[in-house]
Design a protein around this ligand. Structure first.
Ligand code: COA
Length: 333
């Protein structure tokens, strides 16, 4: 049987806070529009600290909160869609950065669903006696990915990292993960790979033209906002329903829902469709915006530090992201 228990959590929130009012000085937007359409008031950007720096800091904080030593970590699973290296992978950089000398490493990129995928993977490793303590960390530095001339997308995102140390539990955990890549162009950022190999074309004919272009704009995150919105509401509701069905639970059994923080309206529509009261749904999008896979561990840390994660609680994590991916986890703490 799979089961997880959160031993500790940590975050790293970068130092530059940018409010909607700040953004309205550099583009045609205003606080009222952003708050009413998204629920976001401000976001933080990492001015000069790398993605892996943020991941390491969040991880150190989670390890301290868990009361374990870096040497106790058997596995580091790191999630990101905004790493700065093709290789080494982010989990290796974290493993070295925190001194987890006994840990294996795995990197995951299912974009904003990444923390859910990573916890799902962790729970499966934890069924093996070789792995007792797993660090799951998600870190995203998205400010350099977004186009500050595209007011519909750049306002949505922020930077940050969140981490959790988890161990095996004898209380069952259930999950549902999904992919729908036929619509991947609704949200993507292409890696522009320049090279000097004379035998290889710059443009490869198997990559879609939309996704591989020399236009400078296509270096940035590309998003069909309405398409993603529609997908998200449906995908989050479906993921929760499928996970509850696997668990043999009903919505009233769930004490706390921690959704991916993309847009307050998406969260409210999906949870209302499921009939889950808003008091059970945790939201911190106002201050953090969408930090992709770092959203859910950042919420977990807020709740943990407030003493709101209690033994025996049934917690549901649910998210969606580029891919298009989606998923949910239900576990008892
Ligand atoms: N400030 C002011 N006006 C803006 C604006 C901004 N930042 N961004 C867009 N607008 C304008 C549009 O140009 C449009 O003007 P028009 O009617 O004159 O053409 C108007 O506001 C309405 O735009 P629309 O796209 O219909 O807004 P919306 O209600 O769909 O909200 C999003 C746009 C992007 C906030 C919303 O679609 C969304 O959140 N989608 C999901 C995106 C997401 O979550 N991505 C990450 C997934 S992990």
């Amino acid at each position: 049987m799979r089961g997880i228990k959160i031993l500790g959590t940590g975050v790293y929130t970068p130092d530059v806070k940018i409010t909607n009012h700040d953004l309205s000085k550099i583009m045609e937007t205003d606080n009222e529009w952003i708050v009413s359409r998204t629920g976001i008031s401000s976001r933080n950007y990492s001015k000069d600290k790398s993605n892996h720096y943020m991941a390491v800091e969040a991880s150190k904080s989670a390890i301290e909160n868990a009361g374990v030593k870096a040497e106790d970590i058997d596995l580091v699973i790191a999630s990101s869609c905004s790493t700065e290296y093709f290789y080494p992978n982010l989990a290796s950089l974290v493993q070295g950065g925190i001194g987890a000398v006994n840990a294996a490493v795995v990197e995951v990129n299912t974009a904003c669903t990444g923390f859910i995928s990573a916890v799902d993977i962790a729970s499966r490793y934890l069924m093996d006696d070789d792995y007792k303590t797993v660090l799951v960390v998600a870190s995203e530095r998205l400010a350099p990915h977004v186009d500050f001339e595209d007011r519909a997308s750049c306002i949505l995102f922020g930077d940050g990292a969140g981490a959790a140390v988890i161990t095996k539990s004898d209380k069952p955990m259930y999950s549902y993960l999904s992919g729908k890549a036929d619509n991947f162009e609704a949200l993507y950022r292409h890696k522009n790979i320049s090279h000097n190999c004379p035998y290889v074309d710059e443009k490869d004919e198997t990559t879609s033209t939309a996704a591989f272009d020399t236009d400078k704009k296509l270096q940035y995150l590309q998003m069909d906002g309405k398409g993603v919105y529609k997908f998200a509401v449906d995908a989050m509701a479906t993921a929760v329903e499928k996970t509850l069905a696997k668990a043999g639970l009903i919505k009233d059994d769930i004490d706390l829902v921690i959704p991916h923080q993309a847009n307050i309206r998406i969260i409210q529509s999906a949870t209302k469709a499921l009939g889950i009261p808003q008091e059970k749904v945790f939201v911190n999008i106002g201050e953090h915006a969408n930090t992709s896979s770092a959203c859910i561990p950042t919420c977990l840390d807020d709740l943990n530090k407030d003493g709101r994660i209690k033994e025996g609680m049934k917690i549901c994590l649910v998210g969606f992201g580029a891919g298009l991916t989606s998923g949910a986890i239900v576990f008892e703490q």
